[in-house]
Design a binder for this molecule. Structure first.
Ligand code: NIG
Ligand code: FE
Length: 410
């Protein structure tokens, strides 16, 4: 640090929740955060700066209180879709189960019909407000899955719309191909042909078009078997794509161990996760993505094994699972609060779950999720005095101001 290489900007006058280290807030009281070329260049106490701020940076921003955190990351959404499923919401209130609705041709299949019928523009118009709601509460990076097309053209359209959302909102979007989400009705009697087509044709085609950042599948009694899932994850690995999995949501299929054995980025849901799956995830460094919105909406009673995950050192992330069936919840802030109230995460665990570990679940932990030198300067300034307040409010209040240095992330 010399006077000939000043920082581009220096932010002072706030508490900084860096999320450095393995637990807690990583709090720096009366902190100073410097940015150069869109990247965090320095974080520490203002009192330890080597010279007065004005001599160190081209621009000094005095924040006048509040808390700085990394921008939020929603690492599991299905937010591109057409239509709603409010009728199923009513049916469930009258006693129908999610599985029974799915087996009767509703559920995912209902959204597939609506999504196939929507043009790219209609799909964008329907989906953009949901992504905008997330962005307004501080989410700067969103994972978006396909899986409501279940035919090549509509899967492609969904992924293109996801990319477009990132451009329109100036946020980072990571796309995940979810061809094995459900068996489409036209393939009801041709399971293995459908799986072959997804793995051998659609996946390489969409990957070659640059539309796939990762691959996921729904490993479940009403979804795909472990063998079918393994086939899909192996096809992804062969193409050099990272994998993740909807695992152990409604039953224990051994999905978490299956994805961990392939060095998967994450296993998601996990209410039925057992000791073997936990051990496999710990050994592989696979993130446990907790989705309290789906737990809440389905009125599940079996909790994910949070204490066992904690003891095993499995990193836990929190996401919305925003989708029309089991989690019509366009608020990561609400998911973070629910992770505390329903799943008993500590407030710091929930914030790490929506920053540090969410970034890791997307393979982005070197660039996002903590406020340390080398990370993107994409941060939030919150009008609160205590970071626990971010988890305490139920829903998206209070709203942060995003501080983004450098170009909008692509
Ligand atoms: O993550 N579990 C499978 N997929 C979604 C539900 C999708 C839907 O019902 O439309 C989930 O919960
Ligand atoms: Fe999901």
């Amino acid at each position: 640090m010399t006077e000939t290489t000043p920082w581009d900007a220096l932010y002072v006058g706030a508490r900084i929740a860096t999320l450095a280290g393995d637990s807690g807030w990583g709090l720096v009281e009366d902190g100073a955060l410097a940015v150069r070329d869109g990247v965090v260049a320095h974080v520490g106490p203002a009192a330890a700066l080597p010279a007065p701020p004005e001599r160190l940076a081209r621009r000094v921003v005095r924040l006048g209180g509040g808390v700085l955190t990394p921008a939020l990351v929603d690492c599991h959404t299905h937010l591109v879709f057409a239509g709603t499923r409010s009728g199923e919401f009513q049916a469930r209130l009258e006693g129908a189960s999610y599985e029974a609705i799915a087996r009767a041709g509703g559920g995912i299949a209902a959204t597939v019909r609506a999504t196939r019928a929507a043009s790219e523009q209609e799909l964008l118009d329907a989906s953009l407000p949901r992504a905008r709601a997330l962005a307004e509460e501080g989410v700067a990076c969103i994972e978006v899955k396909s899986g409501y097309g279940l035919e090549l053209d509509t899967e492609r359209r969904m992924l293109r719309v996801a990319r477009r959302i990132g451009e329109v909102l100036g946020i980072q979007v990571r796309t995940t191909f979810l061809g094995l989400h459900a068996l489409p009705p036209e393939s009801a009697t041709r399971r293995s042909a459908y799986v072959d087509q997804v793995c051998d044709h659609w996946l390489p085609t969409l990957a070659a078009e640059g539309l796939v950042d990762a691959v996921d599948a729904f490993c479940e009694g009403i979804g795909f078997t472990p063998a079918e899932t393994a086939r899909c994850l192996d096809a992804a690995t062969a193409l050099g794509l990272p994998v993740k999995l909807h695992a152990e949501q409604l039953s224990d299929q051994g999905g978490a161990a299956l994805v961990a054995a392939r060095r998967g980025l994450s296993a998601d849901h996990l209410e039925w996760l057992g000791a073997e799956g936990i051990a496999a995830m710990a050994a592989a460094g696979t993130v446990a993505v907790l989705l309290p919105g789906a737990f809440y909406a389905l009125r599940e009673t079996r909790l994910p094994p949070v204490q066992a995950l904690r003891e095993a050192g499995v990193p836990m992330a929190v996401a919305t699972d925003l989708n029309p069936g089991t989690s019509p919840m366009p608020s990561l802030r609400l998911a973070m609060n629910m992770a505390c109230t329903l799943f008993r995460l500590t407030p710091a665990e929930a914030l790490r779950g929506a920053c540090t570990n969410a970034a890791r679940a997307l393979g982005l932990d070197r660039e996002r999720g903590r406020l340390l030198p080398g990370q993107r300067a994409d941060l939030l300034h919150w009008p609160v005095s205590d970071p626990a307040e971010l988890l305490y409010w139920i829903g998206p209040h209070p709203q942060p101001r995003r501080i983004l240095a450098g170009p909008a992330p692509g």
